[in-house]
Write a protein that binds this ligand. Sequence first.
Ligand SMILES: Cc1ncc(COP(=O)(O)O)c(C=O)c1O
Length: 447
Amino acid sequence: MSSSNRTNIPNSLNEHWMPFTDNKTFKKNPRLITDAKGVYLTNHQGKKMIDASSGLFCNPLGHGRKEITEAVSKQLDKLDYCQPFNQGYGGSFELATRIAKKTPEGINRIFYTICGSTAVETAIKIAIAYHRAKGDSKRFRFVGRERGYHGMNIGATTVGGMINNVKTFASVLMPGVQHMRHTHLPEHKFVKGQPETGIEMAEDLERIAMNFGGENIAACIVEPIAGSTGTLVPPKGYLKRIREICDKHGILLIFDEVITGWGRTGSAFASQEFGVTPDMITMAKATTNGVIPMGVVAVKEEMYDAVLDSSKNPEGTPELFHGYTYSGIPAAVAAGLAVQDIFDKEDIFNRAKEMSPYFQEGLHSLKDLKEVVSIRGYGMMGGVEMKMKDKPGKSGFQTFKHCYDAGVNFKNTGDTLIIAPQFICEKKHIDEIIEKLRTGISNYSKS
Ligand SMILES: Cc1ncc(COP(=O)(O)O)c(C=O)c1O
């Protein structure tokens, strides 16, 4: 394709099998992004759009941050790769120390993975390894939650609770996984922040422990706020009650903070925001501002010690037979360190906290729109749910397309629009997002 081709569409779209995409429809009328700077994206037709979802919750610091790209480029010139097994390089240790300064106290051992899915898979395996290290090898069950999303490998798919993600693969899912009910109740439809009702949903964990034996359950995994199903905010007291039930039965608690981590709630982690400390935290996405894949599992020090201390393996043999070729690669670490610098220098989490009431007000101002049936949100994340039309997902996608045309980009999940602005947004950017959402949603209603 010649560079003078103004459409910027590759000659063939056939070969790339796109993830989580209606490939047939997309390829007839593609939406390609060519440039990104700050809070704006430009598409292949030269149209500028505001990024209302930080990519996929990935870029809270804005697009095209020179500090990050330069740090990565410098790192690649110096050391582009080194194998991470029984070898290493200084940067990954430095980043682990920086991450551990921001995680809740005691959760300070850092295992690098490639993405959110591999972080969840790793947390599942660490849970099993920890119980075995403590002489408790009968715990094999896991508990997830309906409408949870934890990624797409087999373990993460199984503990997740989104029906379309599991039904094709039912035959190969992990055994011994139970799901609690999700926490979204009809009366939560237009609630701002944490709902007052619904704490009793936590008792589902107690029931599962009764039915399957708490002593057989290795871990319970939840997103503190379910993100991919459209911001389901936990009822007041719910997470604390889950923690209590876990403690009663010796069940580990994993908070999947791939979305809520790194400031999305206004605190570094939702764990701190809600005052509930899990045993492991998974993270990814904003860890590198989305520019290079990286996942992380932050683990309680005592769990790390137990696994290491119980190992009777000969010298040079791993204590934990687990890891990835790309665990903590230099380019991802360089991005991660640059991101940590920006978090500190720009007081990013407080910035998110200060902007969130303004954002939430704006989001809830859309309540009057005809087809909007629910709005919920917390911090710098929110979901706007559209009235279902014929089949789930249709109205969400059509609204997304009208909003895209109106100049605001985000992702829809089913009939819910996922809105998660960047933390560098000023009030005028929030205003622009809300105004364009209003236009797009109204145009959809008229269509
Ligand atoms: C809470 C949560 N966990 C895990 C994942 C999977 O992350 P990845 O797509 O990087 O594998 C996601 C992705 O959106 C997520 O939202």
